[in-house]
Design a protein around this ligand. Structure first.
Ligand code: FES
Ligand SMILES: [Fe+2]
Length: 353
């Protein structure tokens, strides 16, 4: 249950540096590689000869060469040559729209003629030297909507991340959710509290004292199909919190792109963009390591939750106030999927047969 007419983060550029990458995205088996002049290309990961994954091949002068018997394919999906064979009449492979932007490779797994690169969400921090980004990726065995729920309801931090970003005040402070078009925004503001360990590190990293009361905020913004940006930060207490001047706060954006692999697994691209000490690579590495550990804790919970859900199909889950952000996100996704099926009823009927 995911929209296919949408842009998803497929991989990071380093993943296709050395060789073609095979990756399942929204149920589509895709090979991604760099063709002529470094141009990113994505094709059906299937060799028309005997069905070998083309991702096991190599790139030779811009052509994708199958690793089994040497069939060479162009970035238009057409077979160019095969040793000792006439290739005219070989069926062409499907070509997927791809765009390299903001340090990620974005792929459109749906109808190619509907793909408009202008609809890739703008990431203002990505090309701004005032900001630094560090991140990584996890393959997680869960429905992508469970990850969206997780990121839109940060009360879990108190329990899942007790030693890093969790603190009882998260639980004790109510959150509010609002909807703006297709976006859902859940916010929580906690004033005059002590900073948890991760934020002490970020305060020190920004040259601020870590032993004073702070105002802390979390603003989670879901953008369909599967992006959650969480504005997070702490400011020395009494300076305006979120609105406090830069000199007294450590502020960042938790970046989450959640790409379905299958109905019950995801490629989870996580990271943090920050606008303090952007030149400090050691700090970037330290934050990335902290985040890697934190998201590792989510991973264990989400995979266990997914296994439990699969064991009890049809069993209901409750929707509490803290779940409003995730519930709103699901409404948007339901609408998008319904619109896709309405636009292509024949295709949808075939797919579900
Ligand atoms: S399977 Fe690819 S060339 Fe034979
Ligand atoms: Fe978490």
């Amino acid at each position: 249950m995911f929209p296919k007419n949408a842009w998803y983060v497929a991989c990071t550029p380093d993943e296709i540096d050395a060789k073609p990458l095979g990756r399942m995205i929204c149920g589509e088996n895709v090979v991604i590689y760099r063709a002529q002049e470094g141009r990113v290309t994505a094709l059906d990961n299937w060799c028309p000869h005997r069905g070998a994954p083309l991702s096991l091949g190599r790139v030779d002068e811009g052509k994708l060469v199958c690793g089994y018997h040497g069939l060479a394919m162009g970035c238009d999906g057409k077979t160019i040559s095969m040793p000792g064979q006439r290739v005219r009449g070989f069926p062409a492979n499907r070509v997927y729209p791809v765009v390299e932007r903001y340090g990620f490779i974005w792929l459109w797994p749906g109808d190619a003629d509907k793909a408009d690169p202008a609809t890739i969400p703008h990431l203002h921090w990505a090309d701004d030297p005032e900001w630094a980004f560090g991140g990584g990726m996890y393959n997680v065995q869960c429905d992508y909507r469970l990850m969206i729920d997780n990121l839109m309801d940060l009360t879990h931090e108190t329990y899942v991340h007790a030693s890093s970003i969790g603190q009882p005040e998260i639980d004790e402070t109510p959150c509010t959710t609002r909807v703006e078009g297709d976006e859902a925004i859940t916010s929580r503001f906690m004033n005059n509290i002590s900073a948890p360990p991760f934020w002490k590190l970020a305060l020190r990293g920004n040259g601020l004292p870590d032993d004073q009361p702070v105002d802390r905020w979390q603003i989670c913004r879901f953008t369909p199909p599967a992006q959650v940006m969480v504005e997070v930060g702490v400011a020395l207490a009494g300076n305006g919190g979120y609105e406090a001047p830069k000199a007294v706060k450590s502020y960042a954006i938790v970046v989450d792109f959640i790409t379905p692999e299958t109905e019950t697994s995801i490629w989870y691209f996580w990271g943090m963009a920050r606008n303090f000490r952007p030149e400090d690579k050691a700090l970037t590495a330290q934050i990335r390591e902290g985040q890697r550990k934190i998201f590792g804790e989510d991973l264990e919970m989400l995979e266990s939750q997914q296994r439990n859900i699969l064991r009890c199909p049809g069993r209901d889950m409750l929707k509490l106030n803290i779940d409003t952000g995730g519930v709103q996100a699901r409404k948007v996704l339901d609408r998008m999927v319904a619109a896709e099926h309405a636009a292509a009823p024949a295709a949808a009927a075939t797919a579900s047969a």
